[in-house]
Design a protein around this ligand. Structure first.
Ligand code: MGD
Ligand code: MGD
Ligand code: SF4
Ligand code: MO
Length: 757
């Protein structure tokens, strides 16, 4: 094994792991970072990394462009409140920046209470680990906010797992926990993987290294079943592709269970011993034969039966569920069916099946920020219970200790039940083009607040429009951290993230928290000298020091299989699953407790041919959005020239028959309009998308354009989220329409050059 740090000529080469920024989920891909004269001169893959083995995607390969981009903000800045929307930023010192933030926070806390401060966080970039402690421990506020309507990323999947499975986040088994990987004795390759609403090659979501699908297919003959309205690269190599009408998936999943139960393809021993509610499930899915699902979903009945049999007969079978499960108001029922599909075959936490996480590595072994704030006396129980959405959306807010985003938007606008006065935006761009539906409303609401601060790396539309202080953030080669796949909820390895260079005066997130925290609540924060101290206190308890991990680069968890037999799943260390019944629940007791049907049911998307037939003449297309792309991470990377060469403009996929019928041509600008708003993208005519469905990209803005208002870097021009409604959540409060909206498409004028600065 090569040392983590070595000298080759004038360069020092470090073996380290990537996380964020530049934005990514915690996959922890292995980097070799070449440093010369204090500057990164080259980033390449680390062939000795046990998972990624030298492979990198374009975002890490172009990291030097990102790190040293002329537009990167590398010094703290301030701007007068009346200059919001104008490029009147002024460089200041860190001392002054922290002073301004702390003074404003103090004023709000004294006059209105700490709950009048909110913190925005985004997806699982490193910043995502900090937005709850930033709200609870730095400001003493209960209001941390992930602003996607219906908490529709990972939240639904985590809730479903919490309610029905209680064993961390289930992931396909690609021997990711063992140092000897595919050679590991006892490991088996999945015979079949069912990939549901997930594009793992492009997304590498949450800690799944998507390339594992290729390893498994090539080296072990693993077969794929894909459920996706688009024909993807993996789809062209799959046994069966079910191109569903977006948002109808729950009907399809019920039909899978119907076939598997009817044809007795399930593991009777496992079902008897470890599951709860089989008879009720059987009765319920009997109402959804493949013929009925075929009609609802728009896929051939024989393909449903073929796929269900292939999955049911496979030994072992595995299942990977993606974002299309979450971005669906019927998604917790879909997730319920998928959990049942994982368990009913008996291959849950079995070799080649779907792995679970060990309780010993869960983040709840770490400190709970709200509890700590209460322990130190700067948050009361009463303040914690003022969390926005707690009473309106109890299922969401009891399983996820943040606000409910839709309730938060209401509060910002109405001032009910109380007024919010200040926001700290950390790892999100809520008025921008990714996270939220109705970005215009978040934008208006944020502009009204007394004081806003942002921690980011580039000027974003949110920062330009709404913020008063800009705190510049260090990248993943500019600060120390530890990356844990699946955020600790099913970790394959811990990887070292290292401070190898410094760029300007940027600081890491925990460093910034310590600086502000000391000014507001020294009784707690004075125990930490610096960010690393806080990380050590807050971090996962995994038995290695950061220095040990740095030298090893990665440490595999080597978690065993069949943890439910060994007392490694439940908090009380008894055998079984951490649910109300101790078994995998097909009958969801928690669903019932929170007022939903305990058994899966199919419900049409809120907008579509069944729910809104009167709108279909004007808005004839089903609109799905946001399938991932190698060249960006949400609204990030639009400045990076090499990546813009891969994806210069946002594209709308449309089937050739639909384009011909509409008289639309490939590569022309088109308007995409829903009943809620419109934007423009470029038409991409392709047979890979299901007829009648269009797919739009998300996260688009134009950093090369004029940043001042009203253009705001072209924030509203191609922003697909202006077409999205809010509060279309399912009964438990989860889900949105990002992947199941309706729209019309007609010729556009293009993105005007006049506003290019
Ligand atoms: N490069 C890159 N990687 C990313 C991100 C990024 O922005 N860029 N974002 C990260 C984040 S936050 C997340 S949550 C993950 C998400 O990553 P994934 O879970 O892989 O999700 P998506 O790529 O959004 O969508 C997966 C597939 O679902 C299909 N789909 C669309 N609508 C439906 C539907 O109604 N039903 C079904 N069954 N399928 C549907 C899409 O066509 C797409 O191929 O990716 C992460 N990784
Ligand atoms: N239409 C549509 N919209 C979608 C989706 C979709 O599929 N369709 N997907 C949704 C999903 S799943 C998600 S998770 C959201 C994501 O939404 P967000 O996570 O809010 O993503 P961004 O809008 O890119 O904002 C992230 C900002 O954080 C900065 N940043 C990067 N790393 C860090 C860090 O570690 N700390 C801090 N403080 N800042 C950092 C970036 O520069 C960027 O400006 O988007 C959602 N939006
Ligand atoms: S998925 Fe791509 S951007 Fe993310 S860490 Fe791996 S190589 Fe880097
Ligand atoms: Mo996400």
């Amino acid at each position: 094994m090569t040392e983590w740090k070595r000298q080759v000529g004038e360069e020092t080469i470090y073996r380290t792991c990537a996380w964020s920024p530049p934005g990514c989920h915690p996959v922890g891909c292995g980097l070799q970072v070449h440093v010369k004269d204090g500057k990164v001169v080259k980033v390449e893959g680390d062939p000795e990394h046990p998972i990624t083995k030298g492979a990198l995607c374009p975002r890490c390969l172009t990291m030097t462009e990102y790190l040293y981009h002329p537009d990167r903000i590398i010094y703290p800045m301030k701007r007068a409140k009346e200059d919001r929307g104008k490029d009147k930023w002024e460089r200041i010192s860190w001392d002054e920046a922290i002073e301004i933030v702390a003074d404003n926070a103090k004023k709000v806390i004294d006059e209105h209470g700490a709950e009048a401060i909110m913190v925005f966080g985004g997806t699982g970039r490193e910043g995502n680990s900090y937005y709850r402690p930033l709200a609870n421990l730095v400001y003493g506020s209960p209001n941390s906010c992930y602003a996607q309507s219906g908490w529709s990323c990972y939240g639904p999947r985590v809730a479903v797992t919490g309610f029905l499975l209680g064993g961390g986040y289930p992931e396909i088994d690609y021997a990711q926990k063992f140092p000897d990987r595919y050679e590991h004795p006892g490991w088996e390759a999945p015979e079949v993987i069912l990939a549901w609403g997930k594009a793992p090659l492009e997304s590498n979501a949450d800690g799944l290294w998507g390339h594992a699908f290729i390893d498994l297919m090539k080296d072990f003959g693993t077969k794929l079943i894909i459920v996706d309205p688009r024909m993807t690269w993996l789809g062209t190599r799959a046994e069966v592709v079910l191109q569903v009408r977006p948002g109808t998936d729950t009907a399809l999943a019920m039909a899978f269970l119907n076939v598997i139960i009817e044809e007795e393809l399930y593991d009777k021993g496992f079902v008897e011993k470890w599951t709860y509610g089989f008879d009720e499930l059987k009765e319920r899915v009997a109402t959804m034969p493949p013929s009925k699902a075929a009609e609802i979903c728009g896929v051939p009945e024989e393909d449903i039966t073929k796929a269900a049999r292939l999955y049911g007969n496979a030994k072992p079978s595995s299942l990977s569920w993606g974002l299309a499960v979450d971005q669906n108001p019927n998604g917790v029922q879909l997730g319920q069916c998928l959990c049942a599909l994982m368990a009913i075959t008996g291959f849950i936490d079995a070799p080649g099946g779907t792995t679970l996480g060990s309780i010993e590595n869960f983040p709840n072994a770490a400190a709970d920020p709200a509890q700590e704030a209460m322990k130190y006396g700067f948050m009361t129980e009463d303040t914690w219970n003022k969390r926005i959405g707690l009473h309106e959306f109890p299922a969401v807010c009891n399983i996820i200790p943040t606000v409910h985003p839709d309730a938060m938007l209401d509060t910002l606008e109405s001032g009910e039940p109380y007024q919010i006065h200040m926001a700290h935006v950390a790892s999100s761009n809520p008025a921008g083009a990714a996270i939220s539906s109705c970005p215009q409303r978040w934008y208006e609401a944020l502009k009204k607040l007394d004081f806003n601060v942002v921690t980011d790396l580039f000027m974003t539309p949110t920062a330009m429009a709404c913020c008063d202080v800009f705190l510049p953030l260090a990248s993943c080669v500019e600060h120390d951290a530890i990356v844990a796949t699946h955020y600790g909820w099913n970790t394959s390895f811990y990887g070292a993230v290292n401070n190898l260079v410094d760029v300007g005066e940027t600081k890491g997130e925990s460093e910034i928290m310590v600086l502000i925290g000391k000014k507001l609540y020294p009784q707690f924060w004075d125990q930490f000298e610096n960010g690393t101290d806080f990380d050590t206190w807050y971090g996962l308890r995994f038995g290695y020091t950061p220095e040990e991990i740095r030298e090893k680069v990665t440490v595999m968890t080597e978690e065993p299989y069949y943890k439910y037999e060994k007392g490694l799943i439940r908090k009380d260390r008894e055998p079984g699953f951490d649910t109300m019944t101790g078994r995998v629940e097909f009958y969801g007791n928690a669903y019932e407790y929170f007022g939903d049907d305990p058994l899966p049911y199919y419900k049409e998307p809120p907008y579509g041919p069944e729910a809104t037939p009167q709108l279909m003449e004007e808005f004839p297309f089903i609109l799905t959005t946001g399938a991932r792309n190698y060249a960006s991470f949400h609204s990030e990377h639009r400045q990076i020239e090499s990546l813009r060469q891969i994806q210069e403009y946002p594209q709308l996929d449309m089937h050739p028959d639909d384009a011909a019928a509409m008289g639309l041509k490939d590569d022309e600008w088109v308007w995409i309009e829903s009943p809620f708003g419109r934007c423009q993208q470029k038409l991409h005519v392709t047979p890979t998308i299901k007829k009648g469905v269009v797919h739009a990209m998300h996260g688009w803005w134009y950093p090369e354009q004029e940043g001042e208002e009203p253009n705001l870097f072209g924030n509203w021009k191609s922003n697909i989220n202006v077409t999205m409604p809010y509060k279309v959540n399912g009964n438990l409060g989860f889900g949105d329409c990002f992947k199941n909206m309706i729209c019309k498409v007609y010729p556009g004028e293009g993105i005007t050059e006049a506003e290019v600065s």
